[in-house]
Ligand binder design. Structure first.
Ligand SMILES: Cc1cc2nc3c(=O)[nH]c(=O)nc-3n(C[C@H](O)[C@H](O)[C@H](O)COP(=O)(O)OP(=O)(O)OC[C@H]3O[C@@H](n4cnc5c(N)ncnc54)[C@H](O)[C@@H]3O)c2cc1C
Length: 561
């Protein structure tokens, strides 16, 4: 085993949250190493299309404000978001956008030169800023270049298997260099997990193949708490049949959803906001149309952009057009696009405070890996990119100040031995299921029984199947040696099954419907018993607790659109 470090701050993840954290820590004088299992520019942040929400003084609707943005977010969250975190985020949004612009992100502009904005689901006023429909790509390149300019050291294609901790504090991370296949213990005083979301556990998902949600499993094994894991966002419009995202911007720019009868069915579900109701409502509406026989053969509805005209589609939605032509042989200028819902975003995650700190000293989390919580039971589109920048920066700041005031202690030998044994365990297996088989079974059961609609019977069946997959995942073989991609896939699979068990456990526990968590056996929201965060700790099994939601200004209301 090779050892490197100690560093002050070790960031795991080269997406927007990780890069932003690394930039801040470095600027504060900390020594920083950023590691990622991919090249940073391949992180899922690059796939974000629609945009990033922000009130900007002088470039917003005169009635809009950071407080209005915060209220919309709280309402969208079905009152489960912590209102102090939401307000902090919406007030910091303008600064975050202007900073990215000064660093070189070319946002689309109105003819008068102001940063343009488009409507997005659940936002009262148009406030989603964008670079055509390639916003994440633009932001990610900007943040990457900035991190290089600040002198952040980076190690690409390094797969982290574990945070080394004694359950109380961290000592660094354990993992392997995918190219050489060698294991390395990286010593560090603090660790920021910015490992992104876990949508890959579902059969239909818009997420990239990197999104196995490693950070949730890694944090839980290291003693950190997870929060609100039952809340998975299903995006209403993934391209049929490949599940590539068709951004909400397509509806923001004026696209309609229509069923087999040619009807704009959203009028029955959200008469005021129509296609721009929040995602949980639109996804359930589509499922209902299909169930009641108004979907198309194969299970999809249509997203019609033809009335927007060729010029607007080419200027504002070039990627939607390109993807539709390439993967569905449909040109949205001429014909409607076939779409169905798919798993998209993990609202829950590693439980943190407003500075990204977890209950394990020195362990921080940010971005989709974390639950601060600003999205509650349902995230509004374009709030996630904002979260990565606002809370990535704060986590970097807090991790640096934690590290700079401490010396590096000797790591406990037992924790290191355990991490080493876990890393190599798959290479000692003689035979077992291929990892693809486990992923296939997991994807099916999560989609069928822990999906858009859930109930007690289905969730109990799901837990049984996932428990069996957990057992089988210990017998998946991964080869040792250079180019250890198979070993990566095996560890990812183990983490995916572990996380799925958390999602299904939390979904069974919460006996109400709220936001994206829809229980057919408890179809109503129940504030008296469930206006709480689900908090879970891993002790060989999940130990569940409820924690109060922070409510500062906006007492719960009925959520109508
Ligand atoms: C198709 C799509 C479109 C979207 N569009 C929008 C949008 O328009 N607006 C919006 O606000 N949000 C959008 N989102 C959500 C948003 O893009 C993500 O939530 C956000 O970019 C996540 O950023 P992140 O930095 O937390 O993680 P990511 O960008 O996912 O980065 C995770 C990083 O962690 C690394 N990593 C993971 N595990 C390990 C490990 N074990 N070891 C080492 N490294 C590891 C990866 O290599 C990667 O570098 C979209 C999401 C998708 C899937």
């Amino acid at each position: 085993m090779e050892q490197i470090g100690p560093f002050d701050v070790l960031v795991v993840g080269g997406g927007l949250a990780g890069l932003r954290a690394a930039i801040e820590a470095k600027r504060l004088g900390a020594s920083v190493l950023l590691v990622a299992k991919s090249h940073p520019l391949r992180s899922h942040s690059s796939a974000a299309e629609g945009g990033i929400a922000a009130y900007i003084e002088g470039a917003s609707d005169p009635n809009d404000s950071p407080l209005q943005h915060a209220y919309d977010t709280v309402k969208g969250s079905d009152w489960l978001a912590d209102q102090d975190a939401v307000e902090l985020m919406t007030k910091d949004a303008e600064r975050a956008i202007i900073e990215m612009e000064k660093w070189g992100c070319l946002f689309s502009r109105d003819p008068d030169g102001k940063i343009a904005r488009r409507p997005f689901g659940g936002h009262t006023y148009p406030r989603t800023r964008f670079a055509a429909d390639k916003t994440g790509m633009c932001l990610l390149h900007t943040a990457f270049e900035r991190a290089l300019a600040e002198g952040v050291e980076m190690l690409y294609e390094f797969y982290v298997t574990d945070v080394v901790s004694d359950g109380e504090r961290v000592y660094g991370v354990y993992g392997f260099d995918v190219k050489s296949g060698e294991d390395i213990f990286i010593k560090s005083k603090s660790v920021v997990l910015a490992t992104g979301g876990g949508g890959l556990m579902y059969k239909f998902s818009t997420n990239s193949y990197l999104n196995s949600g490693d950070g949730y499993a890694i944090a839980a094994r290291a003693g950190a708490k997870l929060a609100d894991m039952e809340f998975i966002q299903f995006h209403p419009t993934a391209l049929y049949p490949t599940n590539i995202l068709i951004t909400e911007a397509a509806r923001g720019e004026g696209g309609y959803l229509i069923n087999k009868e040619g009807e704009r069915f959203m009028k029955r579900y959200a008469p005021d906001r129509m296609e721009l109701a929040p995602r949980d409502l639109v996804a359930r509406a589509i499922v209902n149309e299909i169930r009641e026989g108004r979907g198309f053969e194969g299970g999809y509805v249509l997203l019609d952009l033809t009335h927007l005209g060729e010029e607007k589609i080419k200027e504002r939605l070039p990627l939607v057009r390109e993807v539709s032509i390439k993967f569905a042989k449909v040109d949205p200028v001429k014909e409607p696009i076939p779409v169905r819902p798919a798993a998209h975003y993990t609202m829950g995650g590693v439980k943190t405070d407003l500075d990204g700190a977890t209950n394990v000293k020195g362990l921080f989390a940010a971005g989709e890996a974390a639950c601060v919580s600003v999205h509650g039971a349902n995230r509004l589109g374009s709030n996630s990119l904002l979260e990565t920048l606002v809370f990535g920066r704060r986590a970097g700041m807090a991790a640096a100040s934690y590290a700079l005031s401490r010396s590096y202690p000797e790591p406990p030998k037992e924790a290191l031995r355990e991490a080493e044994a876990r890393l190599w365990a798959p290479t000692t297996i003689e035979s077992g299921l291929p990892f693809g088989e486990i992923r296939k079974r997991l994807g099916e059961v999560m989609w069928e029984k822990v999906g858009i609609e859930r109930n007690e019977e289905g969730l109990k069946e799901a837990l049984k199947e996932i428990a069996e997959l957990l057992r089988l995942s210990k017998y998946v073989k991964g080869e040792k040696g250079p180019g250890a991609y198979e070993l990566v896939a095996v560890h990812e699979t183990i983490n995916m099954v572990f996380n799925a068990y958390a999602v299904a456990t939390a979904a069974l526990w919460r006996r109400e419907s709220r936001g994206a968590h829809f229980r057919t056996d408890y179809p109503k929201r129940n504030d008296s018993e469930w206006l709480y965060h689900t908090v879970m700790s891993w002790r060989g099994e999940w130990v569940m607790e409820k924690e109060p939601v922070v409510i500062t200004r906006w007492p719960p209301e009925e959520r109508k659109y």
